[in-house]
Design a protein around this ligand. Structure first.
Ligand SMILES: [Cu+2]
Length: 183
């Protein structure tokens, strides 16, 4: 039996459910981990902790319609450059927002991009299911140390995607004072 007195409790319960539902979405907008007081945010995809010499990057496949969805954070064909100082730790969270599978790997050299990129430039600088790709909404972490200066590419590892433009630039520079994200 539903008495009139139980209604406030029902409304409170609904409000709590709504609040709980809103939390994951707010958290998802941030790169892996939350930016603390000792951190610097460069844009919505990159922030870094100077003391820890750690840069956090959110790498989303298919943000908007650029290149038919074959893009990272909305850019393709080298249309964005992430720069990291030499020796810093990189914590990159890849998430596939597309209807088709994608993945990510950091490779040395290029363009041109190999048809099937398989050799990571740094240990740990690739997602699982590199060739098959991760499904819609799925994600993985690329955690590595930017241990060698140079110019690199972040490429989708699904055969043909990189060659079709699904890549952006990743520079490791000894002279870089802080991480940057140019687009
Ligand atoms: Cu792809």
């Amino acid at each position: 039996m539903c008495s009139l007195r139980s209604w406030p409790r029902v409304i409170l319960g609904a409000a709590l459910l709504l609040a709980a539902g809103a939390l994951p979405r707010a958290a998802a907008a941030r790169p892996a981990g939350a930016a603390g007081a000792d951190s610097v945010r460069v844009n919505s995809y990159l922030w870094y902790a100077p003391a820890a010499r750690t840069v956090h990057v959110a790498l989303d496949a298919a943000v908007g319609g650029n290149n038919g969805g074959m893009n990272f954070n909305g850019r393709s064909g080298g249309g964005a450059t992430i720069t990291v100082p030499l020796g810093w730790k990189v914590r990159m969270r890849f998430t596939n927002q597309d209807a088709i599978p994608h993945s990510a790997i950091v490779i040395a050299g290029g363009p041109p991009v190999p048809a099937i990129p398989q050799t990571p430039a740094f240990a740990g600088a690739y997602t699982r299911d590199l060739t098959a790709g991760l499904n819609t909404g799925d994600g993985d972490d690329l955690n590595f140390k930017a241990s060698a200066a140079g110019r690199y590419l972040i490429v989708c590892g699904v055969p043909g995607h990189g060659a079709s433009g699904m890549w952006i630039r990743f520079d490791v520079a000894a002279e870089a004072g802080a991480p940057d994200y140019a687009m």
